[in-house]
Structures are given as C-alpha cells and as structure tokens.
Design a protein. Structure first.
Length: 387
C-alpha cells in the first residue's frame, strides 16, 4: 500500500490575481515614495536658491554678500562650517571672504597660494569635489566636506567649502549639486556687485571732476567741496549712520555746490558787499545744481542734498523754506559742514574766523539755522578732530 501523499493546495485564479495586484500596488507605492523624496529634495533646493536670490540679489557689498551666502549654506545643508574664498586679482591667491563655524585653514592661514591643494583643483577644473576626512586633513582642519567653484560665464571668482554636518552624516551627491547651484547664484551676485562697484567708482570720479571744475572757477571756492565732504562724512559717522548713507553724503558733498558753475565770476569774486539781486543769483546755485544733475540717473539720490543744503531748521532758508525734519537728513548734515567751512575760509568780502569762533557760531545757531542733533554730533567730532 503506497504512502499517502499530502494534499496539494491549488491557488485559485481569483487569489492569484489579487496577489499580483497587491504586488503591483506595493511596487507603485515604492516608486511613488522615491519620486516624492526626489521632489521634496528638489523643492528644498529651489527654495534655498530662491531664498538666496532674495537675500543677496540686491546686495552690492562683497563682504556682506559672502556672509549672507555662508549663512544660507549653513541653514540649507546643515553644515557646521562654511568657508568662502575669493580670488585676489593682484596675487592670484584665494583669500577668505567669509567663514562660519569652526572652519580653520592649516596653520591658521586665511590665504591659499595659487595652484595649492584641493581648492585650486576645484578652481582649475570647475568641478565640485566631495572630500573624505582623510583627504580633507591635508588642507583643512575639519571633517568630511564638499568644495564647489564659484563661477559664471566662464569666469571663476573662487570656491565654497562646506563641512561637518550637524547630523553627523556625510554630504550626499545631491547636497553637492545643491551647493553647486547656490555657488552659481552667488557668482551672478558677485559679478553684479563688481559691475556696480566699477560703475560707482566711475560716478565718484565724475563727482570729483565736477568739484575740480568748480575749484578752477574761483580761487575762493578752491578746496571747499573737498573739505565740506570731509566734515559731513565725520558727522554722519558720529551719528552712526549706515555705510550706504555715509557714502551718499561723501558723493553729495563733492556735488553740493556744483550749481555755482552757473554763477558769474564777477559775483563770486566781488570784494565788497553784494546787492540784493546778486544775493538772489547766488542763492539760485542750489536749484541750478539739482537741475545740472537731474538728468543723470545715478545722481538722483543726491538731488535732495544738493537742492536743500541751504534750508534752515526754522524754515527761513532757501529754495523751498522747508523746516525741521521736512529738510532731507543729508541736506541737514551738509548745512552744518558747509557753514563751518564758509566761516573758517577767507572770502573776498571778509577774512576767515578761527576754529573756536566757528564752533561757537554753529552752537549759537542750533535750533534756528541747524538741526540740534546734527550740531551735537558736529561738536562731538570737532572736540576730537582738528578740522
């Protein structure tokens, strides 16, 4: 008698179809999960690049631009250390422009010689580089990281190093590519900042040329614009205004009297007292100066200072009889600086007065001719510096 065979279970067609469907659903769910992760990573990358463009898109100062970029990289990639190095056009070396965290070059250097190490390898090839802790130790005292070039339109500005993730993990290829995208955005901003700087220097040169032209017009005006600029900048710095405002005051100081080019020399150089008509002619130099500059877009921010630097705090000035804080701040600063130089300079109709006498006169006119806060700042500066 043959042994009894175990019964075989035959899967029904309905069950087989159901299992196949469940398997396909599981695979589809897995693919969807992977696609969702990739989409989320891409969204994070785009969000980081968007934040960076918003943060640095209007930034015109290289140092602050690099600092903001380094901060964004720390936030986006979770890096503990970031170092941005820019190429020195004169020496060719890479020089630290911004750094965060504990990043430190070997021997405390903040400069990498041309052609030296991984940084220059990335600069030369234009390709990002993932580094292990062992390889990184040759140039940086740190952990595993990534180096990417800062480049656009074939021009290389420098490199960015990011290392030491806060979660203790290594940087991924995706994060390397994300950093590469951020670096490209930073390169565009650096190029724009360089162009802006060049343009700014051009117009400052034009301002100096205007001042020189005014100096050449009359011996009594020689050096006036330069000195007023010096005083106005010192006052602005004492008031702790932004570097942008101080720079604007500097340019406006050179331009504030440009309207005197339209005044005849016979009036500017007249040794005796001037008539009422001549006084009116001289008083027009503020509006004339604004008209000369109004067709140059770059000089638009300086027009209020040029037009209103002879307004009075009590409303008795010209050309528009503005008073108190209705007078543009730049004009209020220039009013004090301009008056101080006028008092301490020789004029064809009178001799200059002493520094002490001029300071006393400025004090006396506080609250009437001048903004008291500006006068206070001026006196504080004058007490330390020999104008």
């Amino acid at each position: 008698m043959s042994p009894k065979q175990p019964p075989t279970t035959q899967q029904s067609p309905e069950n087989k179809e159901k299992d196949d469907l469940l398997l396909r659903l599981a695979l589809a769910e897995r693919k969807l999960s992977i696609a969702s992760q990739k989409l989320d990573a891409r969204n994070q990358e785009l969000a980081a690049i968007y934040r960076l463009s918003e943060t640095i898109g209007s930034e015109r100062h290289t140092s602050r631009l690099c600092e903001k970029t380094a901060e964004e990289i720390c936030r986006t990639l979770g890096a503990t250390t970031v170092c941005i190095m820019l190429r020195d056009e004169h020496t060719g070396d890479l020089v630290t422009a911004a750094s965060t965290g504990a990043v430190k070059l070997i021997e405390g250097r903040d400069r990498v010689k041309s052609g030296d190490g991984f940084f220059w390898q990335v600069m030369k090839t234009g390709k990002p580089l993932l580094l292990s802790s062992r390889g990184l130790a040759k140039q940086l005292a740190g952990t595993q990281g990534v180096i990417v070039p800062i480049q656009t339109k074939g021009k290389s500005f420098g490199v960015i190093f990011a290392g030491g993730k806060r979660n203790g993990q290594d940087f991924t290829v995706r994060e390397r590519d994300m950093l590469f995208g951020i670096a490209n955005q930073a390169a565009v901003a650096l190029e724009n900042a360089a162009l802006y700087h060049d343009l700014e220097n051009l117009f400052v040169g034009i301002a100096w040329s205007f001042a020189a032209a005014l100096d050449a017009k009359s011996p009594w005006t020689a050096g006036h614009s330069k000195r007023v600029t010096q005083y106005a900048v010192a006052i602005s710095e004492e008031l702790d205004h932004t570097p942008e405002f101080v720079h604007a005051v500097q340019t406006c100081g050179l331009l504030h009297d440009i309207g005197k080019i339209a005044i005849p020399e016979r009036i500017l150089d007249k040794p005796g007292s001037i008539s009422r008509e001549e006084h009116l002619t001289i008083s027009e130099h503020a509006t004339q100066g604004a008209k000369i500059l109004e067709h140059i877009d770059t000089f638009q921010p300086f027009l209020p200072g040029v037009r209103h630097h002879h307004e009075r705090w009590d409303g008795g000035g010209f050309p528009d009889r503005l008073e108190n804080e209705n007078i543009p701040l730049m004009a209020r600063v220039l009013a004090v600086a301009d008056s101080y130089d006028a008092i301490t300079s020789d004029r064809p109709y009178r001799q200059r007065r002493t520094r002490v006498e001029a300071i006393a006169e400025i004090r006396r006119c506080s609250g009437t001719q001048f903004d008291p806060e500006i006068v206070e700042a001026f006196v504080a500066v004058a007490s330390r510096e020999m104008f």
